[in-house]
Design a protein around this ligand. Sequence first.
Ligand code: SF4
Length: 653
Amino acid sequence: MWWSGTCHRLIAATLERMSVESIFPRLEALLPKVQKPIQYVGGELNSTVKDWDSADVRWALMYPDAYEVGLPNQGVAILYEILNELPATLAERTYAVWPDLEALMRAEGVPQFTVDAHRPVRAFDVLGVSFSTELGYTNMLTALDLAGIPLPAVDRGEDDPIVLAGGHAAFNPEPIADFLDAAVLGDGEQISIAISEVVREWKAEGRPGGRDELLMRLAESGGVYVPKFYDVDYHPDGRIKRVAPNRADVPWRVHKHTVMDLDEWPYPKKPLVPLAETVHERFSVEIFRGCTRGCRFCQAGMITRPVRERSITTIGAMVENGIKESGFNEVGLLSLSSADHSEIGDVAKGLADRYEGTNTSLSLPSTRVDAFNIDLANEFSRNGRRSGLTFAPEGGSERMRKVINKMVTEEDLIRTVSTAYSQGWRQVKLYFMCGLPTEEDEDVLGIADLAKKVIQAGREATGSRDIRCTVSIGGFVPKPHTPFQWAGQADHETVDRRLKALRDSLRGDKQYGRAIGFRYHDGKPSIVEGLLSRGDRRVGAVIRAVWEDGGRFDGWSEHFSYERWMSAAEKAGVDVGWYTTREREENEILPWDHLDAGLDREWLWQDWQEAVSGAEVEDCRWTPCYDCGVCPTMGTEIQIGPTGRKLLPLTVV
Ligand code: SF4
């Protein structure tokens, strides 16, 4: 209708004229009353503030946790740079504010703000929220509410931003579907630019059709999921009957995005240097993306396939540039399993040569036991640090490790730790999971046996009793898009009972007990994570009720309340056991089946059956393709070296 278009154009013109002022003067008055006020002031080295009026498209990028966790997040850092490099786009960052500041902001009417220019989040075109974990959902609701953005997406008006989710948890955004306008699956580099272009065009045309048309334009592309354009029907027993688009031209399935040439995207180029203390203070370079080891519990490995390596030359150039631009004196070589890079030996030696004698140290944050090689560890510690080594056998018994496809034998582990101890390491950390499918009590008690053998091997290798090992345990949560997506999660009573037995076994051992540290959480947070991971749209009512009851920072044990979640679920009529401990049948429609990570559902099911029988799957980097489906579906391929190239012309610093 003619008036509709005119109306939208008038609104658009008014919005563009509205001045967007910094809220900092109002915020500043509150800062002396809160803890760690420095986290809210922005102005970090390499932060960017662009002129508001020079940009056609404005993004607020949120990491839904505190600044100290959010600032080092690579996903946000990369998009922040890429979007700000576009001439007509600006991007600023916003983080979850702690409850002390939240209370003051509510009392004084200060809205959710960005830390870069302290602009109100509601003034932006897009609020992009990056979820590494589902436990950030309540923090997103706080930010929306503080921003003055209605929580239900259907209540938002023309002057509210598009609320867009990304990150690993967005591979099943159904529990927060009611609060989202859109979600994006997979790598964000290219799709964020594409979304900016769609928003820019729509605004330049005078916002025809309002936000509904903008969302339609995004949905039609097939690369952006808009939950409200999909209806979900249920069977009387609660299972999903059908998920179907409710508009013509909206695709039945939405696909993930895959960047195929990481060398073309060497970000971050200008790493943000935090003002306040953060969880990592180093320059991180992602040396490859994806993992095809095939660990069946690992959602990150499954949804980021195939493996795409960054070349040794680009890694070297990024390290050199990143140190120069940031002044960091630690470089982390990131990936899901960093020692698996086809040229990791050359990378390690080249970097160690270059930075020998300087104050720059190198770290390899994730290392597999079988890929670990002591020469590599020595290269990485050449500049003096031998803080500790972490290995993740994940399962306590050989049988359990076969079920999860973690092809690490006890022999591998003992050989590796013996070498490490004999080369001067005194502390080894071992990471395991409890509550894995088919797990029995003795599988968990096997962790104690393994830890004792590790200490014994260390003492034999060094002739010293000054050897320590820390056993760290996490609760297993079945995740969407993995072979365990059909599995029943272990209830928290079972997990707690097994962990107690393990603790007793370790502490009661006179010969080795004092040399073994033990870190674990009880099983309750895993149940909530399980509810959110494999939940559907009905779980949204629980999230909202928890938030209304004061739920914040659920990833922090001091803020998390299991009782609050259970009480909210009960009030919402949501049976937590049905979502968590119930095993699904092959043909049950899963809430995320219309979201395509590229994995063939039949292959996932077959792999689940093979898990139960303990059959292992090789890594397709080094063996023939076993048809998981990703490469043909996504038009991608495994991309590994060796390239035979050199790190850089070698200049020893
Ligand atoms: S399609 Fe084949 S080569 Fe590609 S990731 Fe899957 S198993 Fe590996």
